[in-house]
Design a protein around this ligand. Structure first.
Ligand code: C2E
Ligand code: MG
Ligand code: MG
Ligand code: MG
Length: 290
């Protein structure tokens, strides 16, 4: 029966492969139309200063509302968008939408916060990123000083010289650069010197098991040291517990974001949170008047 089983599992395997290939092809085709069909939205996750507790920023995270499949997380379609080059127009839309929303909040008189936007390696390499950033800042009237671009190590490593030129020109507009998912890449740390990055985001895989995991505790301490040595602000992502927050504050980590504070929120909810925070800061607790 071994032969039969072997053939069955082979057929099962190829059928599964075909299914997966078909899903992938469907998604690719759907992705091509999704921008024109307004199927993307941005969610915003708050970032806080650990020393003061103040809201200091929002990371924009893209969401795809697929008409049949529901919400598809970015990990499932950003790679396809990168392989097909669709990330260039999609990335430009994300940047424009994030800056326009940030400017709308400023126009309302909400406190100035940084808007952080994730940028793919492909956008840095082939996307005329400098021109796109310049145009978006012009169109939206958003200040470059309130914009932060999150790049990954791979975006910096591919064609280093060209990336350095592009990113330096973008920094000259006042825009800040953050290195995302720090500690998960494979390259030497030399690029940190070459690119004058403004912020270091500790990957959440280091934060997860804090404060109990000794290795992660030591690595996190070392990463914060690297960031501060190179004059970068350090932010921890994926902070989920008060124990993690306490530990990071003791280590001198500057900022934090994570489910402890809030999940990524629709723009309207993020706006309401800003209003609530402003109210809390300027009035007595609601309980004293109730
Ligand atoms: P990232 O930039 O490192 O974003 C952080 C991810 O961690 C987000 O997942 C966020 O929802 C999630 N997260 C935040 N706090 C916590 C927490 O406390 N616990 C846990 N377990 N997770 C937390 P999301 O939104 O699914 O995005 C995944 C990745 O997709 C992002 O990682 C980024 O690499 C990429 N991505 C998202 N939006 C964009 C975008 O607009 N453009 C590009 N190029 N990539 C994007
Ligand atoms: Mg990010
Ligand atoms: Mg990250
Ligand atoms: Mg990530």
């Amino acid at each position: 029966h071994a032969k039969e089983n072997g053939r069955n599992s082979y057929q099962f395997f190829t059928r599964e492969l075909n299914d997966r290939a078909r899903v992938r092809l469907d998604l690719e085709n759907d992705l091509r139309r999704a921008l024109a069909r307004h199927e993307f939205t941005l969610a915003y996750q708050p970032q806080f200063d650990l020393a003061t507790g103040h809201l200091i920023g929002a990371e924009a995270l893209v969401r795809w509302h697929h008409p049949e499949r529901g919400i598809i997380p970015p990990d499932q379609f950003i790679p396809i968008a990168e392989e097909t080059g669709l990330i260039v127009p999609l990335g430009a839309w994300i940047l424009r939408q994030a800056c326009a929303t940030g400017q709308a909040w400023r126009d309302e008189g909400l406190a100035d916060i940084t808007i952080a936007v994730n940028i793919s390696a492909h956008q840095v390499r082939r996307g005329q990123l400098e021109l796109t950033v310049r145009q978006v800042l012009n169109e939206t009237a958003f200040s470059g000083h309130l914009l932060e671009l999150e790049v990954t190590e791979s975006a910096l490593m591919a064609n280093q010289a060209a990336a350095a030129t592009t990113l330096k020109a973008i920094q000259a507009m006042g825009v800040r650069l953050a290195i995302d998912d720090f500690g998960t890449g494979y390259s030497s740390l030399g690029y940190l010197k070459r690119f004058a990055l403004d912020k270091l985001k500790i990957d959440r895989s280091f934060i997860n098991d804090l404060p109990d995991d000794n290795d992660d505790a030591h690595l996190t301490r070392a990463i914060i040291g690297i960031g501060h040595t190179l004059d970068m602000l350090v932010i921890a992502e994926g902070v989920e517990t008060e124990a993690q927050e306490r530990f990071l504050t003791e280590l001198g980590c500057d900022q934090a974001q994570g489910y402890l504070y809030a999940r990524p929120l629709p723009a309207a909810d993020f706006r309401q949170m800003q209003i609530d925070l402003k109210y809390q800061a300027t009035s007595k607790p609601a309980s004293s008047t109730a």
